[in-house]
Write a protein that binds this ligand. Structure first.
Ligand SMILES: [Zn+2]
Length: 264
C-alpha cells in the first residue's frame, strides 16, 4: 500500500478532481479510501491503476508484476494462474491489464536523438492456427531504435505496421510517416527509417532483438494472434529497454501499472 501511495502521490495526496492536498482517510474497507477535505470526492488507492475493480489481493498483483519483470522468462496465463492460485481467466485478465499499461508507458516515451531502423517480418511459430490459415504466417513490423554515439541502441520499439498502410504485403511509404508521427519525438536529431523490406541491417543488433522477441513469444505463448501481438511486443521492449539502460525492471514496471492514464 505504501509503494502504491508513493507511486501515485509522490508529493503527498492530491485530489484527482480538484487538486486539493488534504484528505480524510477512511479505513473501514479492505483498502483505505481518501476523501478530499475540500470537495468531498472519494478516491481509493487503486483507482486509475491496473488493479482498479479487481478483487485479487495486492500481494498477488505484486507477485504478478514480479513475474512479468523477470527478464529471462516473463510469464503466461497458465503459469500465472498456478503461481497465484487464481483462475486462468483472472490470470489472463491480470496479464492483459499489465500489458496495456506497458503499451501506454511505451507510447508515452517516443524515440529521441539519432533514430534508425526499418521494417522486417515477425514470423510466428507454425501453430495449428497458422497452418489452417487462421492468421497470416508473417506480420510486418517496424524495428527502430534511438542510438547512442557508438551507434548502440538505447531504446528499441517494435511496432506492427497498420493494415491501412499496406496492401498484398507491400508497405506504403506513408507507413513510415505514421510511425514517425506516433513514436518519434519531434526534436529527434536524425531520423532514418527505411520502409522497404529487410532494410534494417544497417543496425545489425536490431535483427537480434527481433529474433529474441520472436523466440520469446513463441516459447512462452506458443505463438500469438494478430489482435494482441502489439501488446506482447511492447512488453518485450519494455524489459529490453530497461536492460539496455541498466535500470531495475520491477520498480519501473510496478510504477507503470500504477500510474496509468486510462484502461480500456
Ligand atoms: Zn477535491
Amino acid at each position: 500500500m505504501q509503494f502504491i501511495y508513493q507511486a501515485k502521490w509522490p508529493d503527498g495526496f492530491s485530489c484527482p478532481r480538484c487538486g486539493h492536498r488534504q484528505a480524510y482517510v477512511i479505513r473501514s474497507r479492505r483498502l483505505p479510501l481518501y476523501e478530499c477535505r475540500s470537495c468531498r470526492h472519494q478516491t481509493s488507492l487503486i483507482a486509475g491503476t491496473v488493479m482498479e475493480g479487481s478483487r485479487t489481493s495486492l500481494c498477488k498483483w505484486f507477485l504478478a508484476f514480479h513475474l512479468v519483470a523477470n527478464t529471462e522468462r516473463g510469464t503466461n496465463a497458465v503459469q500465472l494462474s498456478s503461481f497465484l492460485q487464481v483462475t486462468y481467466k483472472t490470470a489472463w485478465a491480470i496479464l492483459h491489464k499489465i500489458r496495456q499499461a506497458l503499451s501506454q508507458a511505451d507510447n508515452a516515451n517516443p524515440l529521441t536523438g539519432v533514430v534508425k531502423g526499418g521494417t522486417a517480418f515477425h514470423r510466428p511459430f507454425r501453430s495449428a492456427a497458422s497452418v489452417l490459415g487462421l492468421y497470416p504466417e508473417q506480420r510486418p513490423v517496424f524495428v527502430v531504435a534511438s542510438l547512442d554515439k557508438g551507434a548502440v541502441p538505447q531504446q528499441v520499439k517494435i511496432k506492427t505496421v497498420r493494415p491501412e498502410d499496406m496492401e498484398d504485403g507491400r508497405i506504403y511509404r506513408s507507413a513510415g510517416e505514421h510511425f514517425i508521427k506516433e513514436h518519434v519525438s519531434p526534436d529527434a536529431l536524425d531520423v532514418d527509417i527505411e520502409t522497404r523490406r529487410y532494410h534494417y541491417q544497417r543496425v545489425p543488433s536490431l535483427r537480434n532483438y527481433l529474433r529474441k522477441a520472436r523466440a520469446w513469444t513463441n516459447r512462452v505463448f506458443n505463438g500469438i494472434g494478430p489482435k494482441y501481438l502489439q501488446h506482447y511486443l511492447d512488453e518485450f521492449c519494455f524489459r529490453l529497454n530497461l536492460q539496455l539502460q541498466n535500470v531495475p525492471i520491477f520498480d519501473r514496471l510496478a510504477r507503470a501499472c500504477i500510474k496509468i492514464l486510462q484502461i480500456s
